[in-house]
Design a protein around this ligand. Sequence first.
Ligand code: GTP
Ligand code: MG
Length: 217
Amino acid sequence: MEGANGEIGQELVDKANKLFSRRVDFLLSAPQLKFLPEPTVPEIAFCGRSNVGKSSLLNAITGRRSIARTSVTPGRTQELNFFEVGEPTQFRLVDMPGYGFAKAPVKVVERWKQLVRTYLRGRAVLKRTLVLVDSRHGLKPVDIEMMKMLDEAAASYRVVLTKADKIKASALTEMREKVAEAARKHPAAFPEIHVTSSEKGMGIDDLRAAILSDVEL
Ligand code: GTP
Ligand code: MG
């Protein structure tokens, strides 16, 4: 269970670790809305700016090195990629294309944006969205735009700082506080900010447990 202060119990952490160590399978890749799978189980979506580390975080959470494809080049993920967890399937994780990628053709960016927005706004089985933010850069206007869209859709989300291994502990603490303060102004944002490093495994256990508590709601 998640405590009032956002603290997560060891029991839930153990349960989540066990679950993710079992079955995780790639289901399908949806380049357009018509290819979305049937909404039969709860879903958790990973969104954020291009290159923020969405696919890497999905790999870290599932403990699979490269179930989701990652890249040093922004714009790697171009479709909604669905992964199933549990046997039988308990829920799905959805890796999304990044937003705010200036180098892609305008038309392509528009298409991704529409796909992501339509999914996030209208998916009945979507239990939670994870909004990933680079620890070094903090919230950018495109992140705020995404958060406002989720607020308006009443689609609740967790803000997750990524690549925490790339900055000093003091700067990280400062950034976490700054982002937490900004999140308080967003009605659909969880007050607790998750701090993670997919590279070092930091914050991964807690996020797994948080995901499990979200899908069990
Ligand atoms: P798009 O699919 O292009 O939107 O990117 P993405 O958000 O899925 O990012 P991806 O996981 O592909 O990671 C982008 C780059 O950041 C890769 O070079 C990763 O190795 C690196 N990266 C991701 N997470 C971490 C982390 O926790 N620490 C460090 N040091 N690098 C990371
Ligand atoms: Mg990706």
